[in-house]
Design a protein around this ligand. Structure first.
Ligand code: PLP
Length: 394
């Protein structure tokens, strides 16, 4: 049985979520907008999902917009806030290590006259709040900084940034918490943001469903038009089963978090020690302020894709840090923003553990991963192209 060490890409649906979803994939198939009994049953389930998710996040049901995932929630946050604030200003600010669902969305807005400013990060992938301050002016309407990075796991000083933004007034703060949600404590009130994105498939919920938490009173223009669903903020017949599964999975994740985080941190340390013992391997991202289960490595003079392919053949599913699915190697924008050269960045390897990862799996990985890395580095295993298409950007 293969060992899955790619939980940052996606996770397996947990049984509690599947069980909660099944009725809405079966007999309880009503449209929540219908007034009859089928519709009312679906509406009740959807309302309850909003309520439960909001409570677990520290918000209220009215503040939750259920979307088709993290990508759509980020698009809604950025485009919705940018257009709503256009009369006041057109400067948008984001860190240089955001997921493409944020970075590319902002770049798209440049075509419509918005000015996008990228705030640099240090060698560990952290934003300096002073540098972020320096990027703001009185035409700035939105700042977006992720809570934890998907490639290197670095956690950002969100509370400090939020406090500084609040002092300036009028600038909305969006936080992409997609990678943080499974293992870091998340209370939207304490975070101090106005908009927070999560995605269900990262915390053992279903794929294709996520949510944007929108602080009460935040001006946001809908990006999908049609019906009045999601309080006019996202038109379209709702994914009832998805919303139900997401709420249950998130409640379970919150309950498990304290023990999961401690366990994952210990497992990751063990795996890190084994991998870092190989010559030419170094840790990327912050040494301590990082996601508990994410081990991001840079293997010098080696191709991360070749390592992933060799690991896959040896029964370990991992990913590179590079964002490319077309076959042409493209260094990770996260690592290059952290100061690594393009050539160095191509040696990225990401091993991400999850709640389902067992001690025995990590023990096995502690033997296999160092052996494969060493073999690739000394040339005894060919550095193939990407026959399995494992270069991932999730
Ligand atoms: C930090 C981050 N933001 C956003 C997304 C996009 O989420 P989704 O896959 O639900 O569209 C991902 C997914 O990999 C992510 O890691």
């Amino acid at each position: 049985m293969a060992i899955y060490l790619d939980h940052a890409a996606t996770t397996q649906l947990r049984p509690e979520a599947l069980e909660a979803m099944l009725p809405y994939l079966g007999g309880a198939f009503g449209n929540p907008s219908s007034a009859h009994s089928f519709g009312r049953a679906a509406r009740n389930a959807l309302d309850e999902a909003h309520e439960r998710l909001a409570t677990a996040l520290g918000g209220t049901a009215r503040e939750i917009v259920v979307t088709s995932g993290g990508t759509e929630a980020n698009n809604l946050a950025i485009k919705g806030a940018a257009w709503a604030g256009k009369a006041r200003g057109h400067r948008l600010v984001a860190s240089a290590v955001e997921h493409h669902a944020v970075g590319h969305t902002m770049r798209h807005l440049e075509k419509f006259g918005f000015e996008v400013v990228e705030v640099p990060v240090d060698r560990n992938g952290r934003v300096d709040p002073d540098e972020l301050d320096a990027a703001l002016d009185d035409r700035t309407t939105l700042v977006s900084v992720m809570l934890a990075n998907n490639e290197v796991g670095t956690v950002q000083p969100i509370r400090e940034i939020a406090d500084r933004l609040r002092a300036r007034r009028g600038i909305l703060f969006h936080v992409d918490a997609v990678q943080a949600a499974p293992t870091l404590d998340l209370d939207v009130g304490e975070l101090g943001a106005d908009l927070v994105t999560i995605s269900a498939h990262k915390f053992e919920g279903p794929k294709g469903v996520g949510a944007l938490w929108v602080r009460r009173g935040t001006q946001l223009l809908a990006q999908v038009h049609g019906g009045s669903q999601e309080r006019h903020r996202r038109a379209g017949t709702e994914n009832v089963a998805g919303a139900v599964g997401m709420a249950v999975a998130y409640e379970c994740a919150c309950a498990d978090r304290p023990t999961t985080a401690i366990r994952l941190r210990a497992l990751r340390s063990r795996l890190a020690a084994a991998c870092l013992a190989v010559e030419g391997v170094e840790l990327t991202g912050h040494p301590t302020l990082r996601l508990p289960g994410l081990l991001s490595l840079l293997v010098r003079s080696a191709d991360g894709v070749a390592i992933s392919v060799a690991l896959d053949l040896d029964g370990i599913a991992a990913s590179t840090g590079s964002a490319c699915s077309t076959g042409s190697p493209e260094p990770s924008h996260v690592l290059t923003a952290m100061g690594y050269t393009d050539a160095e960045a191509l040696g990225a390897l990401r091993l991400s553990l999850g709640r389902a990862t067992t001690d025995a799996e990590v023990s096995e990985a502690c033997l296999v991963v160092p052996r494969v890395i060493a073999a690739i580095r000394d040339g005894s295993v060919a550095q193939a192209a990407d026959p399995l298409g494992v270069r991932l950007g999730a």
